[in-house]
Design a binder for this molecule. Structure first.
Ligand code: SF4
Length: 176
């Protein structure tokens, strides 16, 4: 396993009371070398969006020598009420990028039927995302620049059981 060398690691304060998440972050930090590790809240993430992530570069536009992506350890929020979700979406529109608002960890991939008509074997499916971003630098990839990691994956698994077999997610779980 290679170590990562991002120039910034941001850890969301809402994870402070989550022992599983803290242990997960500590284990991952053993392989992350970074001089700038910050605790942030939603407003702090907005500031970082304005300062660093206004135009997140794609892998194909970055040189091989570029830093590893900035890393955000985030709390994904499948447990938010519809009212809280609406409040945060209105208050922090900048955090829609790369699911920094904590929504978008469960999505319905609807292209299966289209692909079948093209002779592909893919099917439509629920997708559970625990990370938005990647370190592998494929030139054609839309990722690059930042990795948003759901450190509270246990909270993602619980509601995912509820939607197993369902056609549509409850509103509270829809992508932000
Ligand atoms: S491995 Fe996949 S997600 Fe990662 S950079 Fe390459 S195409 Fe993107």
């Amino acid at each position: 396993m290679r170590n990562l060398t991002p120039s910034l690691v941001a850890i969301h304060r809402d994870l402070a009371a989550d022992d599983d998440a803290r242990r997960r972050i500590d284990a991952m930090m053993e392989h992350i070398r970074c001089d700038d590790v910050r605790e942030v809240d939603d407003a702090g993430l907005v500031t970082l969006c304005r300062e660093r992530w206004q135009q997140i570069p794609r892998w194909g536009t970055l040189t091989a020598a570029a830093h590893d992506p900035d890393i955000v350890f985030n709390r994904f929020r499948l447990d938010d009420s519809p009212e809280e979700r609406a409040r945060r979406l209105a208050l922090y529109p900048e955090l829609g990028e790369r699911a920094l608002n904590g929504y978008g960890s469960v999505t319905w991939r609807d292209d299966g039927n289209i692909r079948k008509t093209e002779g592909a074997v893919c099917t439509s499916a629920w997708e559970l995302h625990s990370i938005h971003g990647c370190v592998f630098r494929c030139a054609y990839c839309t990722f690059g620049g930042i990795i948003n990691i759901a450190a509270n994956v246990e909270q993602q698994i619980r509601p995912a059981r509820r939607v197993d077999g369902a056609q549509h997610l409850p509103d509270a779980l829809q992508v932000g």
